[in-house]
Design a protein around this ligand. Structure first.
Ligand code: BTN
Length: 327
């Protein structure tokens, strides 16, 4: 966790365009001169433009778009989500870090969020990797302890998709679609993916981690994914505030999550069905890891499985997989 780097960056941000003496920074942060020099170097390596050196003082050249806890915390309107927050400039994967935290730390508060500016080993569904350009995307993981049987787990990923759908539509004004189970699209291109992992006993979930990756401000995407991926910036033609989108998402998700615990899953299934053009009457082909299955979609069952009507008229319920083709 990069808490010290966050403190240094926050101190520089509060003195935007002003040169702050290295002496004073080191004193305020209670570190030696050599440590300060090292931290400034680390921030520079993370792409933050800082002019000057220890004896001339340091100055931020432009306001960086960094998801600093110092900026997020005062604006959080949630009860538990994000109240415990880890922020990294570099991490292998926020999901991997969440798993390490759960196995090494005795008490992890529910709603803990791990945020990263850059992932060296971002992970996607079905063993794929997740492209994580520095500061351009939103990469985070939520740690949850829902009191629920494992059979209801897919509903939490659907809930995450619904919450991000609502947050992005509200903040950007873009038209967002949800491809089953939980890819967010604009037009036919994906800009957000969700990766959930659980530890469970036979009848009870012990821990759930939900990782979310949003392509927010990428100007270009790598050539091999350009035909199927996009970013909010590409679609809207302007830079989007990652911070505002995150804040909207946290509030949305917490409300849906608490409603789920109080009233059950019907609300999630209902919202997902309203927001996804894939819910009903869509000709699709799904790959579930073993077989390819094609048919027409006929809504979700109460557990979040997709009902697919085959050519024979039989309706199958699919719990996981990838929609590989659609009309
Ligand atoms: C998908 O394949 O659609 C899921 C992508 C999930 C990516 C996010 S980025 C933050 C979190 N950490 C990871 O390593 N993966 C998820």
């Amino acid at each position: 966790m990069d808490r010290k780097l966050d403190e240094l960056l926050y101190a520089l941000m509060q003195n935007m365009m002003i040169t702050v003496s290295g002496e004073k920074l080191a004193r305020d942060l209670a570190v030696s001169h050599s440590t300060l020099v090292r931290w400034v170097e680390k921030l520079r390596e993370a792409g933050i433009e800082i002019r000057g050196e220890l004896f001339t003082g340091y100055r931020l050249v432009r306001l960086p778009d960094v998801l600093l806890p110092q900026l997020l915390r005062p604006r959080l309107n949630t009860r538990f989500l994000g109240r415990s927050l880890y922020h990294f400039y570099d991490v292998d994967s926020t999901n991997l870090f969440a798993n390490r935290l759960l196995s090494h730390q005795h008490k992890v508060p529910e709603g803990t969020i791990i945020l990263a500016e850059f992932q060296t080993a971002g992970r996607g569904r079905l063993g794929r990797s997740w492209y994580s350009e520095r500061e351009a995307g939103i990469y985070f993981t939520m740690i949850l302890f829902p009191k629920t049987p494992p059979s209801l787990v897919p509903l939490f990923t659907l809930a995450t998709a619904v919450a991000m759908h609502n947050a992005v539509e509200r903040y950007t004004g873009l038209d967002v679609d949800i491809k089953w189970p939980n890819d967010l699209l604009i037009g036919r291109k994906k800009f957000c993916g969700i990766l959930s992992e659980i530890q469970a006993e036979v009848d009870l979930v012990k821990t759930m981690i939900i990782g979310v990756g949003v392509n927010a401000n990428q100007e270009h995407l790598p050539q091999d994914i350009q035909h199927r991926a996009t970013s909010l910036r590409i679609e809207s033609g302007r830079i989007q505030s990652r911070l505002e989108i995150l804040l909207e998402f946290f509030e949305e998700f917490e409300t849906i999550y608490m409603d789920f615990e109080r009233k059950g899953p019907a609300g999630i299934v209902d919202q997902w069905t309203r927001f996804s053009s894939f819910a009903n009457g869509r000709k699709i082909e799904i790959h579930d890891g073993v077989r390819r299955l094609s048919g027409v979609t006929r809504g979700l069952n109460p557990l979040g499985a997709l009902r697919v009507e085959r050519q024979t008229g039989v309706v199958e319920e699919v719990y996981s997989g990838d929609v590989v083709a659609w009309e």
